[in-house]
Design a protein around this ligand. Sequence first.
Ligand SMILES: Nc1ncnc2c1ncn2[C@@H]1O[C@H](COP(=O)(O)OP(=O)(O)O)[C@@H](O)[C@H]1O
Ligand SMILES: CC(=O)N[C@@H](CCC(=O)OP(=O)(O)O)C(=O)O
Length: 291
Amino acid sequence: MMRDSIATARTLSEALPYLQRYTGAVVVIKFGGNAMGDDEAMAEFARDIVLMRQVGVNPVVVHGGGPMINDLLGKLGIASEFRRGKRVTDKATVEVVEMVLSGLVNKRIVQAINDQGGRAVGISGKDDDLMVCVADDPELGFVGKPVEMNVQVLRDLYNAGIIPVVAPVGTGVEDNETFNVNGDTAAGAIAGALKADRLLLLTDVSGVKDETGAVVTQLSPEQVRELTARGVIAGGMIPKTETALAALEAGVRAVVILDGRIPNACLLELFTDHGAGSLIRSTEPRVKPRG
Ligand SMILES: Nc1ncnc2c1ncn2[C@@H]1O[C@H](COP(=O)(O)OP(=O)(O)O)[C@@H](O)[C@H]1O
Ligand SMILES: CC(=O)N[C@@H](CCC(=O)OP(=O)(O)O)C(=O)O
């Protein structure tokens, strides 16, 4: 018992330099549908987010919900397919996407954060024209590519002590269209527009893997391009790494792809000597042992 308390105190003490480094920092967390898990895992994620806020970080949560969209599409008998990690989205599908993301998934996360004593407010990319989109690719239908980001609403929320929780649904430039935006793409666009200190992409794999299946703990943009060209980075990992590169270009300091199913994944990454997952950034040398 005493030993446990000593270990806890040591962990807190070791966190000091990281707490100092991240005070006032903007950290965008993409919470993928596959990383969400059961209610207990959701509560644990929410606790981490509330703790971040408590120690002076400004967390902005952007979520996915692909598996939950699949469930409802399945019940409705609507077939769905993905191309290069993005869902081909017709009119009927985009309605289901908006219902699931802005409704069920968004409010589940908001409630979980509030249950832990945080103040979460859920919005989508439509609110205050946060994410204005054009069609990404005519073959994908109503899949949006963000072209104009109005992130002041996020600053207003976090400056008021509120944790914004964003559903990746965008509005069109004209005709009041609704766009389905890949959650990673949305998180990257938001992190880029906020020039966030960190973008954490929480998924269900331990990081970006090489051809042997080993997680690469740190990658440069060049290495990402090379692994993609060789087909080692594939499927759902493509929007993640594309997002990482675009976010770095836009001024985000570093992007981490990590396993959201590990307990306290976000805290482990931000506040301990051990990083988690794959860190993608251009030049700075790595300061933490990872893995
Ligand atoms: N090189 C790679 N390293 C790790 N995962 C990869 C790689 N290439 C493809 N993947 C796939 O990408 C998936 C993650 O994307 P996705 O399922 O869309 O996650 P999420 O729902 O969390 O956004 C992994 O489960 C894995 O199957
Ligand atoms: C265009 C596109 O693919 N949109 C995604 C949006 C949800 C998402 O990104 O969910 P995950 O993060 O859980 O994968 C979709 O329809 O599934």
